[in-house]
Design a protein around this ligand. Structure first.
Ligand code: S3P
Length: 169
């Protein structure tokens, strides 16, 4: 039987990966997974706790293995965390195991969408805008490297972004 491809969403914090992923899964009648939620489910604690207790390195190890495991599945929509692409093995893994969709947006949109959410440890220290700019410089080339499809999410509804992705599959 032909393998059902996964759809794997990548992009920075506040790009809308979880919201759009859920919409996409609903539209395509696929199962939706979110790597951050899966880490929280497995540890029984939130992402902040994992960063506090195990550090960013501990979180990245969990992220890598959760993504490796979830991409064993077929025909799922997977929203990854914004930093998933910094690991080369994870980049290779998502490229091999799905159609990779990069959700792009502006730093201002990211700021607006992440402002009220306290579950983003990387934005708890320092000026969030400076952090987002620095992360974008480091990571945008990596998102571009693995993307099969690139869609902007600036002022559009999840429904509209999902339908643009579906048109390009
Ligand atoms: C992170 C993004 C977060 C989460 C963690 C680290 C990052 O996910 O994985 O706080 O390194 O950019 P979202 O992109 O879903 O916010």
């Amino acid at each position: 039987m032909a393998e059902k491809r996964n759809i794997i969403l990548i992009g920075p914090m506040g790009a809308g990966k979880s919201t759009i992923g859920r919409q996409l899964a609903q539209d395509l009648h696929l199962e939706f997974y979110d790597s951050d939620h899966e880490i929280e489910r497995r540890t029984g604690a939130d992402i902040n706790w994992v960063f506090d207790v195990e550090g960013e390195d501990g979180f990245r190890k969990r992220e890598c293995s959760v993504i490796e495991e979830l991409t064993e599945l077929q025909g799922i929509v997977l929203a990854t965390g914004g930093g998933a692409v910094i690991n080369k093995d994870t980049r290779n893994r998502i490229s091999a195991r799905g159609i990779v969709v990069y959700l792009e947006t502006t730093i201002d949109k990211q700021l607006a969408r992440t402002q009220k959410d306290k579950r983003r440890p990387l934005l708890q220290k320092g000026e969030p805008k400076d952090t987002l700019v620095r992360l974008a410089e480091e990571r945008n080339p990596l998102y571009e490297e693995v993307a099969d499809i690139v869609v902007r999410t600036d002022d559009q509804s999840a429904r509209s972004v999902a339908s643009q992705i579906i048109d390009q599959l």
